[in-house]
Design a protein around this ligand. Structure first.
Ligand SMILES: Cc1cc2nc3c(=O)[nH]c(=O)nc-3n(C[C@H](O)[C@H](O)[C@H](O)COP(=O)(O)O)c2cc1C
Length: 333
């Protein structure tokens, strides 16, 4: 059942090894729908991110080759290593889609048991599987039979509405029994959505219940919060979610401190603007059709800590061209 696993400390001097996949880091970027697209990942990699996931993909949409899915799958050789995440509730289709992703060359395949969106939960996928552990178990078993070469993992919330973390513990045990390589736990319930504080104790419960690696997730925004998650939960690796939006420096910042180095200085406004302009160029290169819409959000992520952001948001939301967006970024003070 269990494959060779070695997980050590979290910084870049250390290693996460799942099946034959080795990562010289214990810091990962989570999948985020409409956020972790190719330009996002390329900018983050340039600033030190070592591993990312695509946005979640519906198993059925993948099998039917929809246009949206092809957009999500877009990648380039320098966008590696890269994981893909499947959402769905039909064990056979999930297994078929998993095999397809493995065949496409992704380095890691994850199963989504966290998405709270009614469009997904209404069909029985995402976090609703926390209430259907037997279906989740069948998905794990069938996928483990078709995804054999690359790591197969599950990312879940700590529970649907139950606060105790016991739902996640049961799912994690099923995952381990089915031969999955690791589990990620986001320390919130489905009912909490993205509000409230992530519960690291629930992640610890999962860590104590299984011997496969546990990746902790929730509220990591800097080195201090990453260290808090690690020490409170005992997790083997840290997954960054919203903290990576508009902050591609976060991965190096955390690694530096976890490896015993000094805190890196915060990026200057000039560096932020240069990086954001790079993000803009990559949006134009790879996502031209949606670049204007996406840049209105992306630019606000980068400036969110700055006092001028509300005024900027107002202006960028009314911008009509990418030239105008570029000009607004260059002139941000
Ligand atoms: C806009 C948005 C989209 C997300 N999309 C996904 C997704 O596709 N798959 C997934 O497993 N989690 C998704 N998440 C959840 C995040 O990956 C992460 O688990 C969650 O935000 C908690 O981490 P954080 O507190 O560090 O943000 C999404 C979250 C947000 C806010």
């Amino acid at each position: 059942m269990s494959q060779e696993i070695s997980v050590c400390d979290i910084g870049s001097n250390h290693m996460l090894k799942l099946k034959n996949f080795e990562l010289k880091s214990g810091i990962l970027q989570s999948p985020m729908a409409n956020c972790t697209d190719l330009p996002f990942r390329l900018v983050a990699r340039e600033k030190g991110m070592k591993f990312a996931f695509l946005e979640m993909i519906s198993a059925e949409a993948l099998l039917y080759d929809t246009r949206t899915t092809r957009e999500i799958l877009k990648t380039v050789p320098e966008d590696r290593p890269l994981g893909a995440q499947l959402v769905g509730c039909n064990p056979d289709k999930m297994a078929e889609a998993g095999a397809m992703l493995e065949g496409m060359g992704f380095d890691w395949i994850d199963i989504n048991l966290g998405c709270p969106v009614p469009k997904v939960t209404g069909k029985g996928g995402g976090s609703s599987l926390l209430k259907e552990p037997e279906v989740a178990r069948e998905i794990f078993q069938k996928m483990a039979a078709t995804v054999k070469k690359v790591p197969l993992t599950v990312k879940m919330r700590k529970g649907y509405s139950d606060e105790s973390g016991e739902e996640a513990v049961l799912i994690a045990k099923y995952a381990e029994d089915a031969g999955l390589d690791a589990v990620t736990v986001h320390g919130r319930t489905r009912e909490q959505g993205y509000s409230g504080k992530a519960d690291y104790e629930a992640i610890r419960k999962v860590k104590e219940a299984v011997s496969i690696p546990v990746i902790g997730n929730g509220d990591v925004v800097d080195a201090e919060s990453a260290e808090r998650l690690r020490s409170m939960s005992g997790c083997d690796a840290v997954m960054i979610g919203r903290g990576g939006l508009g902050n591609p420096w976060i991965y190096r910042e955390i690694e530096q401190v976890m490896n015993g180095g000094d805190q890196l200085p915060a990026p200057s406004l000039d560096e932020i603007k240069r990086t954001l302009l790079r993000h803009l160029e990559l949006e134009i290169k790879y996502e031209e059709r949606t670049a204007l819409f996406q840049m209105r959000r992306v630019a606000c992520w980068y400036f969110r800590q700055r006092p001028g952001v509300s005024d900027f948001r107002e202006k960028i939301n009314h911008s009509q061209s990418l030239d105008e967006v570029r000009h607004l970024i260059q002139n941000f003070e």
